[in-house]
Design a binder for this molecule. Structure first.
Ligand SMILES: Cc1ncc(COP(=O)(O)O)c(C=O)c1O
Length: 406
């Protein structure tokens, strides 16, 4: 990977050495220095920082889920489970998805993993190969492109734009498809934009992909964090069959249990059979007591989720308003997750702005270039923090941006 000399200032020297070190497999060069780290490292050295940079829920894990985890430990549930996952959890998920989307899902369609991260890792690295092209939206969550490139796959970035709320234009995606296109990666609601694709977008993409025999990888970790009154258009609901889809999700965001690390892949029986074997050679099985906690999450009371979503929606409303009051920032209406990705004027480097804003106001955000190439003038604001912190952050940001001459 070429190291741009101007970036070296912002990197640890050890990282530069790393890139040159012949010890490591060249595929590791596909893993970028995470843009978010620069901000968080700097913030760690400062006092009085307000974080609008958090990528995980800020609510406590609901009590009944914590108790199920403790009970599992006390009951001696500390050994390996079956490689596909704890059978009780696999069955609970099959029943839950079957009911939610009105389709036939069996345990053979499910593999339990260490978070959605392992699920995506397995799905993408098991399929990416030289000569295979994957279409990935830009901006997007930072995992996908490196995982594809690590195994020699080609990534074609499909830019989405702030002026239409970072919606994916299905026709643009279809126009980008060619002979080498093997897969499409979707993530709705999206990290970093909070965008939820409407049903028509999902249906059009699924239809075209089925016709062309292109795989759809759908990261649905925010599937419950839908902040407007709408039915969530899941790939799992709208796909005709499971033949060319892999849907990934987890308990991390819905139940505020990111550290318990339970996720899953849903796919055809044939795909799950292959992925199970790969999973055995990757993490063997997911954490056993955490899988019991997952059963409690699925089968227990759901008002905890409704309460969290209600609070996220109130924060979203407030953040959208505050962004609209902030000089030089342009927002839109995000409908899911807990992010907004507003833009600064064209030609303004958000990386420089975010670093200066952190140094001079103590508010930590994440610059757009952490999520791709097409939005160097955007920044990610996470509202996975209290309303008080949101208010206090904007009290600092607004006058500071007002003083900037862009
Ligand atoms: C879009 C997206 N996918 C996957 C993950 C990882 O989820 P998990 O904690 O289940 O590994 C995250 C975490 O931030 C995410 O934002």
């Amino acid at each position: 990977m070429a190291v741009n000399p101007v970036d070296i200032d912002d990197m640890d020297l050890s990282e530069v050495e790393d890139l040159r070190d012949a010890t490591w497999h060249p595929s590791l060069r596909a893993i970028p220095v995470a843009g978010i780290r620069k901000m968080v490292n700097l913030a760690a050295k400062m006092d009085d920082v307000i974080h609008l940079s958090i990528g995980q829920p800020n609510f406590p894990t609901p009590r009944h889920i914590v108790e199920a985890y403790i009970e599992a430990l006390e009951a001696g549930q500390t050994g390996y489970t079956m490689d596909a996952g704890l059978p009780e959890l696999v069955d609970a998920l099959a029943e839950y998805y079957g009911k939610r989307y009105g389709r036939q899902i069996t345990g053979d369609n499910i593999l339990i993993t260490t978070g959605a991260t392992e699920a995506m890792y397995l799905a993408l690295t098991a399929t990416a190969a030289p000569g295979r092209q994957f279409l990935v939206t830009d901006p997007s969550f930072l995992l996908y492109a490196p995982l594809i490139r690590m195994n020699g796959g080609e990534v074609k970035l499909i830019p989405t734009r702030p002026e239409n709320g970072h919606q994916l234009d299905p026709q643009e995606l279809i126009d980008a498809m060619g002979m080498r296109t093997y897969g499409v990666v979707l993530n709705s609601p999206s990290n970093p934009t909070g965008t939820v694709y409407p049903r028509e977008t999902i249906e059009t993409i699924l239809e075209e992909c089925a016709y062309r025999d292109i795989y759809v990888f759908s990261d649905e970790v925010y599937d419950h964090l839908i902040l407007d009154d709408m039915e969530y258009p899941s790939v799992l609901r709208h796909a005709l069959d499971l033949d060319n889809i892999m849907v990934v999700s987890s308990f991390s965001k819905t139940y505020s249990m990111a550290g318990l690390r339970i996720g899953w892949v849903i796919a055809s029986q044939a795909a799950i059979k292959k992925l199970r074997r790969y999973h055995m050679f990757t993490t063997t099985v997911a954490n056993t007591p955490a899988q019991w906690a997952g059963i409690a999450a699925l089968k227990g009371p759901q008002d905890c989720v409704r309460d969290m979503v209600k609070e996220y929606a109130a924060r979203r409303d407030r953040v959208v308003h505050l962004v609209s009051e902030t000089p030089h920032l342009t927002g839109y209406w995000p409908q899911g997750a807990f992010y907004i990705f507003p833009s600064l004027p064209h030609n303004v480097n958000a990386n420089t702005v975010c670093l200066r804003m952190l140094r001079e106001t103590g508010v930590c955000t994440v610059p757009g270039d952490a999520f791709g190439e097409s939005c160097p003038n955007s920044l990610r604001i996470s509202y996975s923090t209290s309303m008080e912190s949101i208010e206090a952050a904007f009290e600092r940001i607004i006058p500071w941006l007002d003083r900037q001459k862009f």
